[in-house]
Design a protein around this ligand. Structure first.
Ligand code: OGA
Ligand code: MN
Length: 286
């Protein structure tokens, strides 16, 4: 029997306790976490500061890692391991980056609602973010439930979106923020991925409305009409009733399902240090 305990957090997430993430998960532990993720889509583990190696080991126990995320620009890596994404405003020399630094736009782009790596196939499955340093104010992360979003669509809109697919492009959110200085080679490095707007979540079996800021066009529609529909759907999907807001404490590990949810960071003062580390697993075809 796994020791995993769950305490629901409104409206869909759960605080998870009872297991030490530094210990090998084992088949039962993995099953318990997967079942909890199928239900809650976001799990919050408090007081579990992990070393880089421990975080990677925990992630690997849940599936193959998504290594695609380091293709975007952002400068050299600060960590011992390429498996981890540096979600921070800190430079390689350990100092807080100034606002003009290339990596800052990534911090800002993370404040737009998205699903990690939805611009690639296979897409991200679970992301696991570990909090190392938190700012004195702000910098929360919000998660919206795409299953609740689908269920709450009015009937006419369910009909309208059924059968439509959107293209998700890695640089769209950067372009939106005015970060357009990329070579053709960089622009083509990650070609867009097409995903149906309505999908049956492969794990929990519920229907989801798969939207987010990487979606930039609806196939078969004009750009204008498609973008308008995508913006309307994202606004619908991220209304307060479907959102869990996480206030970070150092040592938190939050994991989320990138199919069932979208997420975004919230404002913090970029002059203050904020450091999180992310490991992400890849979706594996069933
Ligand atoms: C991420 C992300 C948001 C945040 O790590 O994938 O989007 O609040 N983070 O830092
Ligand atoms: Mn993200």
């Amino acid at each position: 029997m796994s020791q995993l305990q769950l305490n629901p957090l409104q409206p869909f997430a759960a605080e998870a306790s009872g297991i030490d993430l530094r210990q090998p998960l084992g088949a039962e532990g993995r099953k318990a976490i997967e079942d909890a993720m199928d239900r809650h889509a976001v799990l919050v583990f408090r007081n579990q500061p992990l070393t880089q190696a421990e975080q990677i080991a925990f992630a690997k126990a849940l599936g193959p890692l998504d290594m695609g995320l380091r293709k975007l620009k952002g400068g050299p890596h600060r960590f011992e391991y390429a498996e981890l994404a540096d979600i921070s405003n800190v430079k390689v020399d350990g100092e807080v980056a100034d606002r003009q630094h290339a990596k800052i736009v990534g911090n800002v782009a993370n404040q737009l609602w998205h699903s990690d790596s939805s611009f690639q196939k296979p897409r991200a499955k679970y992301s696991m973010l570990s909090a190392v340093t938190t700012p004195s104010f702000g910098g929360d992360t919000e998660f919206a439930d795409l299953r609740m979003a689908y269920d709450a669509l009015p009937g006419w809109l369910k009909k309208q979106v059924e059968g439509l697919s959107a293209l998700h492009y890695a640089l769209h959110s950067r372009f939106m923020l005015g970060d357009t200085n990329y070579t053709d080679e960089q622009k083509q490095a990650i070609p867009p991925a097409s995903w149906p707007l309505v999908q049956t979540d492969p794990r929990c079996g519920r229907k989801i409305l798969f939207v987010g800021v990487h979606a930039c066009e609806i196939e078969g529609m004009t750009l204008a009409e498609g973008r308008m529909l995508l913006m309307d759907l994202l606004e619908h999907a991220t209304q307060r009733e479907f959102v869990y807001r996480h206030k970070w404490q150092v040592g938190d590990l939050v994991m989320w399902d990138n199919t069932a949810t979208v997420h975004r960071g919230r404002w913090f003062d970029l002059a203050e240090r904020r450091e999180l580390r992310r490991a992400t697993t890849e979706e594996v075809a069933a």
